[in-house]
Design a binder for this molecule. Sequence first.
Ligand code: EPU
Length: 325
Amino acid sequence: MGQYIPNTFRMKVRARVWEEYHSVDEVRALLEKYRGERLLAIGAGSNLLFQGDFDGVVLHSAMRKARALDEDGEQVLIEAESGLVMDELIAQLCDMGLWGLENLSHIPGEVGASAVQNVGAYGVEAKDVIVRVNTIAIEDGSVRVFENADCHYAYRDSIFKGELKGQYIVTSVVYRLWKTPHRVLDYGHLRAVTGDEPTPMGVREAVMQIRRQKLPEVSELGSAGSFFKNPIVPQAVYDKIAASYDKVPHFDQAGGVKIPAAWLIEQCGWKGKRLGGAQVYEKQPLVIVNADNATPEDVMNLAQQICESVKEKFGISISPEVNYI
Ligand code: EPU
């Protein structure tokens, strides 16, 4: 096996081959070179759990430029290449006073993967500002442009994770940003931190402050952020739980009621619990951390036990947000 694969969970896993590309032509050349082999395109590895070494070719984008494509009175279209660190892009946009991505500040990861995963935080999802996603087809190296509607975006989901999984490599993403204020401040206590009329940089700083209080810094403690998605349950399921517990946190959604998985996991007594080197994060039980040389099995076993106990206590199936490789 070859080089270690970067991943924020800090699993010590290797790829048989690791390749970086710096241009669309280089992606095509690599696809030609490794035709027929097992391929995996990754970003920063911030939402992946490797179950072991990867016996194939891992491709990573080293294309990191961003440029303005077009602008009118109120909006600017920005194209960012897939390997650019999302938070570096957001810092630059906030510096320019542009609105749209500031609520996603401090999320680990790169532009390409964030469009696949439809990352979200504090009331904003990547899909809200994505205009189109430029890709290369793995099969024949052709260019394919996915307009926002073609991406079938949903909560932490897209066509690139479902129907077309493993078939396209994202080369760049085009976002629509606003020059005029477009504040989204109604999630949790965000407005209480920002005040009513923050700048994009003001929102960014508030989001970073909140995230630092609740979430582990991946530079200090391995994790993949939220390990599970928040489940949306039928009204009747929520009503039954609400009848037995005081103040069940919930958010009405199309098609049901969203109950924070963090609350369900906490009620099952998992906060801070350890299995081998893996641990349920004390401040936010939706996160599993690599507390001490965790193996992939430690993390998977802990995740499975959490799912089973939430199912047993509440009858609700929670599913991982993290992609198992
Ligand atoms: N809660 C508890 N116990 C806790 C922590 C939270 O019961 O220890 C309950 C509280 O009722 C709280 C609610 O969970 O109000 C929601 O908590 P929080 O605002 O931290 O958000 P979340 O639903 O747990 C989601 C995203 C995060 C994102 C935040 C903020 C998912 C899977 N996770 O978490 O995304 O940062 O909202 O928007 O949707 C990620 O995807 O990696 C991620 C960190």
